[in-house]
Design a protein around this ligand. Structure first.
Ligand code: ADP
Ligand code: MG
Length: 412
């Protein structure tokens, strides 16, 4: 379906045409009417499928620019995502008179206050900064909000965020609609959905397919001590446009960055401990392709849209099935091809086995293929509780033909 077939404000249509958006993506097609009708909604679709505009277009359509009040509130888990989200809405709303704005930590509250006092119709916020405003200032008035959105909803309902979300939701006492967008929806979050959404319409596309089909999943099985070398060799032989290389801790990321700096030019490292201005400038340089290889913690794992990233590399194996989906979802977006490469050691074979099964991944192996049949589930049950078993080494290894070099088509 084309945007021109919808009953959109001509100003929005003009902007979408300029952005090069002609056809609605499947999630945009399915969610447009339910959002306009005022219903609560749970929308789940794979990474890179256009969920931002799926939400942004109907919101801009519904907002009345002649009423100077915040009419829609969008909560996102990171500052970078807040910026990216508001940028997309800015583009959609360009000719409409609808004023979007983002508030997030690490940036002057005074400047944000001035803007809020002036004119904001659609507010994108990280929960922490919003609560800071609600507690300590009078600038954020929630009384005209008609729509509340949780982007990366499963992340927002997890520990660490859930109390903030509870507080914000309890401040919205009047009637409004609530929209949840996500690529993953783990079972334990499912229970909370009925608490926060009222008779929601559920749009769940390709339920079994968490990652786009344009993403190919590569794996390399290495000894712990050989992993750095394996990564370096991989980076040398692959045709990489840009790569995001994930580590599980800041300390580990720092060590890896130092090692890579000896061999490669143009390395960046992004983590939560950096000052906000530094974070923003590194992301900006990465977006502008001034950095080729970016080492990152999971800070960069969710929601961010990088169009040049050809490879996502899990140097450290990600914690949890969702984390794998989100990290690797930074490439292969909107039908573009992408490669995910994950280094696996003996320790992770159990969780790898569940990942391949649950996410229906057809792995492409580099080098030795571990014999996963010999690997047991990563956890057992004792007294009804899960516990992690010690992993036994796989009994046999099958040698694969040297696939390297032929596997990946060069990406421009
Ligand atoms: P998601 O939130 O589902 O991971 P995003 O909203 O970040 O995905 O969108 C991914 C990319 O697709 C962005 O670069 C965005 O500009 C682009 N995009 C979104 N909708 C359309 C569309 N209808 N036509 C073309 N490109 C689109
Ligand atoms: Mg998104």
């Amino acid at each position: 379906m084309k945007f021109s077939e919808l009953d959109l404000k001509p100003e929005i249509l003009k902007a979408l045409t300029n952005m090069g958006y002609q056809d609605l993506t499947p999630i945009q097609e399915k969610t447009f009417s339910p959002i306009l009708s005022g219903r609560d909604l749970l929308a789940r679709a794979e990474t890179g499928s256009g969920k931002t505009a799926a939400c942004g277009i109907p919101l801009v359509q519904m907002i009345d620019p002649s009423l100077n009040a915040i009419q829609a509130l969008i909560l996102v888990p990171t500052r970078e995502l807040a910026l990216q989200y508001v940028e997309e809405i800015d583009n959609i709303a360009k000719h409409t008179g609808v004023a979007p704005f983002a508030i997030f930590g690490g940036f002057s509250m005074e400047i944000q206050k001035a803007k809020l006092r002036d004119r904001v119709h659609l507010l994108v916020a990280t929960p922490g900064r919003l609560i800071d405003f609600l507690y300590n200032t009078t600038e954020v008035d929630l009384s005209n909000i008609r729509t509340l959105v949780l982007d990366e909803a499963d992340e927002m309902l997890k520990m660490g965020f859930i109390e903030d979300i509870d507080f914000i939701m309890s401040s919205l006492i009047h009637k409004h609609q609530t929209l949840f967008f996500a690529a993953t929806m783990p079972g334990e979050i499912e229970r909370l959905i009925s608490v926060y959404l009222k008779e929601p319409i559920r749009v769940e596309l390709n339920k079994e397919q968490l990652s786009p089909q344009s993403l190919v999943h590569h794996f390399q099985y290495t000894e712990q001590r050989d992993r750095l070398n394996a990564l370096i060799q991989y980076l040398k032989r692959e045709k990489i446009s840009q790569a995001l290389i994930f580590c599980n801790s800041r300390h580990h990321g720092e060590k890896l960055t130092k090692e890579l700096e000896r061999k490669f030019k143009s390395i960046g490292y992004i983590h939560g401990g950096l000052e906000q201005s530094k974070r923003t400038s590194i992301f900006e340089r990465f977006r502008q392709k001034k950095i080729d290889l970016m080492v990152a913690t999971d800070l960069a794992g969710r929601g961010l849209d990088f169009s040049h990233v050809s490879h996502v590399i899990n140097y450290d194996y990600p914690y949890g099935l969702e984390s794998y989906t989100h990290r690797t979802g930074r490439t292969g977006r909107m039908g573009r091809s992408g490669i995910a490469m994950t280094f696996v050691t003996d320790q992770e074979l159990g969780i790898l086995k569940s990942l391949l099964k649950t996410n229906r991944i057809d792995p492409v192996w580099h080098g030795n293929i571990p014999d996963l049949r010999a690997v047991h589930k990563p956890y057992g049950r004792r007294d009804g509780k899960k516990f992690f078993k010690k992993q036994s080494r796989p009994v046999s290894r099958v040698e694969s033909p040297q696939l390297t070099g032929m596997l990946s088509t060069p990406l421009s």
